[in-house]
Design a protein around this ligand. Structure first.
Ligand code: CP
Length: 365
């Protein structure tokens, strides 16, 4: 059962909610069983939840291989409808959520261009989303303002028709579902290569100041003992202090460096990012990131067991010559995103145990 009017956010005033730390907010976003009702911040995911999502994603992938399995999946949430409200551009996050909805039988609808909605007539975004909640059973939203999805989740919780909210990217702040699919990709790849994520060395490279995927992933990786995180960026685009303080609080080892070449040979995973110049001020010169790009010669320097990741879209950070290399996992990330998002939707609607049952029957056939 999802929570509806029983969701714990309902009993908290905006004044109180807006002063809580992310960790204090986490229980307000959960169902009674501890699984997410809203998916808003990376801090919601502990190791038990991450393991559960990864396990369900693998089961769902396998179930979806047959026509009978697809029919079973498509029946899971077939009475539900979802609104995908994306007020920032997106290819992967939008389409993978759309495809995830289709996999579990949810009927998706979209508003991607506010110029086609009554926002052009002066309607507030809050009123727009409240309108969506009258017609749909969940809101999946991307927004340029950090924290806006949380505000919407709180606002809807005060109404007669509260619905779950999924943060599909919020400003320069967080991209929790991307980070979970990144964890699934790391787990699948590093399990085969070195037995798991634990104890690995992972470098993030590029625009770490404005790249929300790295901020969320850095927090999730604190749940894997022994992981050392390397933040490789020019000084002006280095990761925010809040993330480093988070790592300090969790006793996580990390290094900050401007020297990409020096870290490449030692890494188990390299997570490339592009320059997020959509956040540049008008007229501002885009940063030259040549020193933070992979080059074909790096293929010989990188460990045979290492993997290369990128949330995409890419520009020149990874040459296309890398795509055929077995260490390139960024296209697998794209595909994994669909399975992970299907799982999160199933968990929100409390349908995940049906996956376990079907999978057990499948395995004993
Ligand atoms: N990784 C990611 O968020 O890609 P999109 O911007 O295409 O959704």
């Amino acid at each position: 059962m999802t929570l509806g009017k029983n969701n714990p956010l309902r009993s908290v005033s905006w004044e109180k909610f807006s002063h809580l730390t992310p960790e204090e907010k986490v229980p307000l976003f959960c169902q009674e069983n501890g699984w997410p009702y809203h998916v808003l911040i990376a801090q919601q995911f502990d190791r038990r939840l991450l393991d559960r999502v990864c396990n369900l994603a693998t089961k769902t992938r396998k179930i979806a291989k047959t026509k009978g399995g697809m029919k079973f999946l498509q029946d899971l949430c077939s009475e539900k409808r979802a609104m995908l409200y994306f007020s920032q551009p997106s290819s992967r996050t939008f389409l993978s959520h759309y495809a995830a909805c289709q996999i579990v039988g949810i009927k998706p609808a979209e508003v991607r261009d506010a110029h086609t909605s009554s926002e052009v007539k002066g309607e507030s975004q809050e009123d727009s989303v409240r309108t969506f909640s009258s017609y749909f059973d969940m809101i999946i939203m991307r927004h340029p303002e950090g924290g806006f999805a949380e505000k919407i989740a709180w606002m809807l919780s005060q109404t007669d028709r509260p619905v779950p909210v999924v943060n599909a990217g919020s400003g320069k702040d967080q991209h929790p579902t991307q980070a979970v699919l990144d964890i699934y990709t790391l787990q699948r790849s590093l399990e085969k290569r070195r037995g798991g994520i634990e104890g690995s060395k992972i470098a993030y490279v590029g625009d770490l100041l404005r790249g929300r995927t790295v901020r969320s992933l850095a927090m999730l990786l604190t749940h894997y003992p022994g992981v050392k995180q390397y933040f490789v960026a020019p000084k002006e685009l280095q990761i925010g202090k809040d993330i480093l303080e988070f790592l300090d609080r969790h006793n996580v080892q990390y290094e900050i460096t401007t020297n990409f070449e020096s870290v490449i040979p030692d890494m188990d995973a390299i997570y490339m990012t592009r320059i997020q110049d959509e956040w540049d001020k008008p007229g501002e010169k885009t940063f030259d990131n040549s020193a933070y790009c992979l080059e074909p010669r790096h293929l010989g320097v990188l460990k045979e067991s290492a993997i290369i990741m990128h949330p995409l879209p890419r520009r020149k950070e990874i040459p296309v010559e890398f795509d055929a290399d077995p260490r390139a996992k960024y296209w697998r990330q794209v595909r994994n995103g669909m399975w992970v998002r299907a799982v999160l939707i199933m968990m929100i609607f409390d349908r995940d145990r049906e996956i376990d049952r079907y999978y057990e029957d499948l395995m004993t056939e």
